[in-house]
Design a protein around this ligand. Sequence first.
Ligand SMILES: *[C@@H]1O[C@H](CO)[C@@H](O)[C@H](O)[C@H]1NC(C)=O
Ligand SMILES: *[C@@H]1O[C@H](CO)[C@@H](O)[C@H](O)[C@H]1NC(C)=O
Ligand SMILES: *[C@@H]1O[C@H](CO)[C@@H](O)[C@H](O)[C@H]1NC(C)=O
Ligand SMILES: *[C@@H]1O[C@H](CO)[C@@H](O)[C@H](O)[C@H]1NC(C)=O
Length: 460
Amino acid sequence: MASWLPLLWLLGLLPAATPAPSRRDAGAQAWEPASPELLRRPARFALDTYNRGLAAGARAVLGTVSGRVRRAGRGSLYSLKVTLEELPCTDPMVCQLPVTKKTLLCSFEVSYELGKHALLKQDCGPVDTKMKDDKNETSSPLLPLSDRDPLPQDFYVRMASLFKYFITTYNRTYETEEEAQWRMSIFINNMIKAQKIQALDRGTAQYGVTKFSDLTEEEFRTIYLNPLLKEELGKKMRLVKFVGDPAPPEWDWRKKGAVTKVKNQGMCGSCWAFSVTGNVEGQWFLKRGDLLSLSEQELVDCDTVDKACMGGLPSNAYSAIETLGGLETEDDYSYSGHLQTCSFSAQKVKVYINDSVELSHNEQELAAWLAKNGPISIAINAFGMQFYRHGISHPLRPLCSRWFIDHAVLLVGYGNRSDVPFWAIKNSWGTDWGEEGYYYLHRGSGACGVNVMASSAVVN
Ligand SMILES: *[C@@H]1O[C@H](CO)[C@@H](O)[C@H](O)[C@H]1NC(C)=O
Ligand SMILES: *[C@@H]1O[C@H](CO)[C@@H](O)[C@H](O)[C@H]1NC(C)=O
Ligand SMILES: *[C@@H]1O[C@H](CO)[C@@H](O)[C@H](O)[C@H]1NC(C)=O
Ligand SMILES: *[C@@H]1O[C@H](CO)[C@@H](O)[C@H](O)[C@H]1NC(C)=O
């Protein structure tokens, strides 16, 4: 692999949009063009999902629809390109953008199997990405923003050195030259994607090279995200009304010893387990004064309602902890990152919980609850997180819908950084992601659904 980057080879590679054969495709038929008639129902389903929860006046309407279909067994997978017309947003809690009526271009992937549609992927952006931004660029753009702009002369050279930096920084090795080429083409596409996300971010976040830069969006979703996080599937929890003092101006449970070190879920969609242990660790610390690192693997193996590495819900995980009788520590039941047979032992239980509660959707009340009671389990739309490096993320509302929640995490604090209000969020992707493993998200605008699925265990 010494000379893995000859420039000619790179030039031959671009433009980098050629999909490589995916192992998962085995058994499925090829993509076929689909008639508008055939696409009408999946498109309608995608639109309804997009509009879920929006007031009648705020719903988007379908514009043009085109797409392809792929059949596998008795099911079908639809890949749709749809334009949506969105009306101006008038809710100041949700939208602070000075935008008028917008056309969005969306790619959806909708599956249809056993009489049911499911939305597997949603990727929407304004058709005109050259939106006016009120802040000046702090770094010179690496890449052209529009696909129509010509690539600068030194583009390939820059990409090559960036890919080399990536490989060194994250210690990547690829089995074959072909794999390396394929990964590099993904990397380049991802850099372009990250730059678009960067241009549309309204916070202070920087997007670019991360340890996930050589994964396709689909791989990233499948491995790390949690498509099962749908509220209605979960056990209903008691909603607690917040009563108490207003939130202090800032708070950080890390400084008060209530938060264990950042963990790593590995290649397993077990974020739900990490979110819940993080919350229970905090609750136990605040009630008993002892910070114990608790076992996610116990939940992965023994919570039979949730789906181990295929996703889960905090509400179900709290029930599982109550039913099992408590949690063992990380040391006693250590993390393997795949489903094993349950080897829970009641004798090793170090921590129990007595109940769980759902918390307010109001971010000021959430802040007040957090400062008084401890870190909170939440779930968010993980849009952009594959490419997040640092700073306060604040994606445009249509890019990070609160109706598309796919990642559970832990709120540990909040505050302002140069007048930009943020939530400090403990993630479970290791310390070599984000700010030492933490994600910072805009506070006060319902960004990425940060407020829609807040919950906590109760220790009596
Ligand atoms: C952006 O930069 C230009 C030139 O440096 C300056 O004239 C302008 O005032 C800046 N705008 C803002 C919003 O800071
Ligand atoms: C890099 O990866 C190799 C093989 O996968 C491993 O032996 C080595 O310890 C890793 N180095 C670092 C710094 O992680
Ligand atoms: C809380 O749960 C523990 C363990 O199940 C139990 O021993 C304890 O009595 C419960 N506390 C209350 C106040 O119900
Ligand atoms: C944080 O920033 C927001 C928006 O700029 C401002 O309204 C708020 O007063 C600030 N809070 C503190 C504690 O500085």
